[in-house]
Design a protein around this ligand. Structure first.
Ligand code: AMP
Length: 276
């Protein structure tokens, strides 16, 4: 595996890479969710690049940029084990050099839910993902359905900016008790950790109702919210049935994503299920 830390090194190395090239963008602290993306890339592509960059632009001023988990040595060892060909680990200054003045502003699927809760978050995501896709020019880039709204935003981004990379979305990797694997799970206390699976349990219960014939968005949302709120440690910030492509409220027809953001103590957890 080659470790690259500048855009010039990345470009020079990737010029020689066999195709198709897969890119897996991450913020590090790699876990089973990331591994599933890397394995999908490994099985579908002749070369695999993984970027590790904690992107300051997608964190709000009062968010957890400073304390976001970082484990660079373990991450590089994992990438070696998983057979990645290139690890791209740029510094913030490499990605945003002095005088940096451009940014990608995105609306549409970026506006509701996380976009409403975290203003400028998706502009930060769109800016860094556009940069990574232009830097690496992969045939395919891999993202997790765990962040379902992010997938919709990135699909819109590549379509609107004519970026010629295919976007693959992989199913959410979960712990044995259903909790979606996430770097931020490390913030949970032992007590909070044992309460946290309620988010997936609530989404799965609503999915069961959907499968049993319930097609009313408000009823599905209320069923999910009720289960989260019944847990003494959890509160639901939003529960929304949306169109997975546009993030507009689900009309009752076609594919549906039921998305939830919940607080367990001070930790904000995101999860979703597709209803089909
Ligand atoms: P992050 O490092 O948290 O920015 O995540 C990097 C990529 O891994 C994103 O595309 C995430 O959606 C994806 N990811 C994070 N958690 C999971 C998970 N539990 N299952 C599948 N993909 C995930």
């Amino acid at each position: 595996m080659r470790r690259l830390s500048t855009v010039a090194e990345l470009r020079a190395a990737l010029r020689e890479a066999p195709r198709p090239l897969g890119l897996v963008p991450t913020m590090g602290a790699l876990h089973a969710g990331h591994v599933s993306l890397i394995r999908a890339a490994r099985s579908e592509c002749a070369a695999v690049a993984v970027s590790i960059f904690v992107n300051p632009r997608q964190f709000g001023p009062d968010e957890d940029l400073e304390r976001y988990p970082r484990s660079p040595d373990a991450d590089l060892a994992l990438l070696e084990r998983e057979g990645a060909d290139y690890a791209f680990t740029p510094s913030p200054e490499e990605m945003y050099p002095p005088g940096f003045a451009a940014s990608v502003h995105i609306e549409g699927p970026a506006l509701p839910l996380e976009g409403a809760a975290r203003p400028s978050h998706f502009d930060g995501v769109a800016t860094v993902v556009a940069k990574l896709l232009l830097q690496a020019q992969p045939d395919r880039a891999y993202f997790g359905q765990k962040d379902g709204q992010q997938v919709a935003v990135i699909r819109r981004l590549v379509r609107d900016l004519d970026i010629p990379s295919e976007i693959a979305a992989l199913p959410t990797a979960r712990e044995a008790d259903g909790l979606a694997v996430s770097s931020r799970n490390a913030y949970l206390t032992a007590e909070e950790r044992s309460a946290a699976p309620v988010v997936h349990r609530a989404l799965a219960a609503a999915r069961d109702k959907f499968r049993a014939g319930q097609q009313n968005a408000a009823e599905l949302e209320a069923a999910c919210r009720g289960i989260i709120e019944a847990s003494p440690l959890a509160s639901a910030e939003y529960v929304a049935a949306v169109d997975p492509e546009t993030m507009a409220p689900w009309s009752g027809r076609g594919p549906c994503m039921l998305a939830a953001a919940a607080r367990i103590g001070n930790v904000r957890l995101l999860d979703n299920v597709l209803l089909e």
